[in-house]
Design a protein around this ligand. Structure first.
Ligand code: ZN
Length: 373
């Protein structure tokens, strides 16, 4: 079979009558990206192919061991599916389709951005660029800082951040807050209209009022996701109190453990000056949502409601769950924690059963709600 490299999509990809759960395409290349922690990730560059309604041209290959274990070669025809129905994943190489022209995968030994020799910790599968001044690491740390779950600075997309870095406007996190003094220079660059500049400058300024949890996540303490950042903010209320904790005290917190406690402690040891700069800028260092209501069965859990509940309207249920930081969504997936099922439920109920997701009937819902303050 001829693989049309001129056609936008390989011809054989359209042979499926229905959106397929797995499709074949060519692995054109493997490129390496450097994350904010320095972690090196090999990525598959694929001949674009439609999978479950979206065009896929890239997929993560996680690490070198993954590529070796799948025996992938550049030029292979590979099978692609969506893991958890969202993230495209390469499942296997079709060995019977090999022509002999495929090239072996070779793991790089130095950083593709700064050329520093890569390191690998004993017992780990990932290679890291150890250079703290690696441009890729710096840019990705800046992108992380402004991202939605972090400081949530709208108007500063990944590409703008990268450009601001490359143009020399923002080299470190505090530089974002100094941009307002450089408005005239920013205006001289193509692509920055005054409206868009004003928008991101306003949003940068507003981010100073963000809750401590966002700041803790945004600064990129190794291993601290947004959920752990919330736990820490809620427990210690202020940056100062958190920074004064010992490893022993930190590891007593549920969900933290020794490794994270060590990371947190080491991070603050190394970054006192940086945190002081953020304070001087005027970034809030306290928990604002201190009266956040929490309930172990609701807070940070994902809910889907289906069918009619006699004792509450759907909006009432939603409001109560959200007041305890529960998340109400429309469709059931593997990530759903609870499906609330009333009379005459829809297909969401079937899906919940299929995925083995805990179900609350009206009686259970009333029991949980009756104990809320
Ligand atoms: Zn590097």
């Amino acid at each position: 079979m001829e693989l049309g490299s001129t056609a936008k999509y390989p011809k054989w990809a359209t042979a499926y009558k229905f959106p397929a759960e797995e499709v074949l395409t060519r692995l054109k290349d493997i490129i390496f990206t450097v994350g904010r922690t320095g972690r090196i990730t090999p990525n598959a560059i694929l001949e674009p192919v439609i999978l479950m309604g979206s065009t896929i041209s890239r997929a993560t290959l996680h690490n070198a061991n993954f590529v070796y274990s799948k025996g992938l070669k550049i030029g292979d025809i590979v099978a692609i599916k969506k893991a958890g129905d969202v993230i495209p994943a390469v499942t296997e190489a079709k060995l019977e389709r090999r022509t002999g022209n495929e090239k072996d995968f070779v793991m790089i030994t130095s950083c593709p951005m700064c050329d520093t020799p890569l390191e690998k910790k004993e017992g780990q599968v990932d290679y890291f660029c150890p250079n703290p001044n690696c441009p890729a690491r710096k840019i990705n740390s800046l992108i992380h800082f402004v991202s939605r779950d972090a400081m949530n600075i709208e108007g500063l997309g990944d590409e703008i951040v990268e450009e601001l870095y490359n143009l020399g406007f923002v080299k470190t996190i505090p530089d974002f807050y100094n941009l307002k003094t450089k408005k005239e220079q920013l205006l001289q660059f193509d692509g920055y209209g005054e409206i868009s500049i004003n928008k991101f400058l306003d949003n940068i300024e507003a981010s100073k009022q963000n809750d401590l949890a966002r700041v803790l996540y945004a600064i990129g303490i190794p291993g601290i996701g947004s959920k752990t950042a919330k736990v820490l903010a809620h427990r210690f209320k202020t940056m100062d109190l958190l920074m004064s904790q010992t490893i022993e005290e930190l590891e007593k917190i549920p969900d933290i453990g020794h490794t994270l406690a060590t990371n947190i402690y080491a991070y603050f040891e190394e970054n006192q000056e940086f945190i002081q700069k953020l304070k001087d800028i005027g970034i809030n260092m306290q928990e604002i949502n201190g009266d956040r209501k929490e309930h172990e069965l609701i807070t940070d859990k994902k809910f889907v409601i289906t069918g009619t509940i006699a004792s509450y309207t759907r909006n009432e249920i939603k409001a109560i769950l959200e007041s305890y930081d529960g998340i109400v969504s429309e469709s059931v997936s593997k990530n759903t924690d609870v499906v609330i099922v009333g009379d005459a439920p829809g297909s969401k109920y079937d899906k919940a059963l299929k995925l083995n997701i805990p179900i609350w009937n009206e009686e259970k819902l009333q029991e949980v709600f009756s104990k809320l303050s």
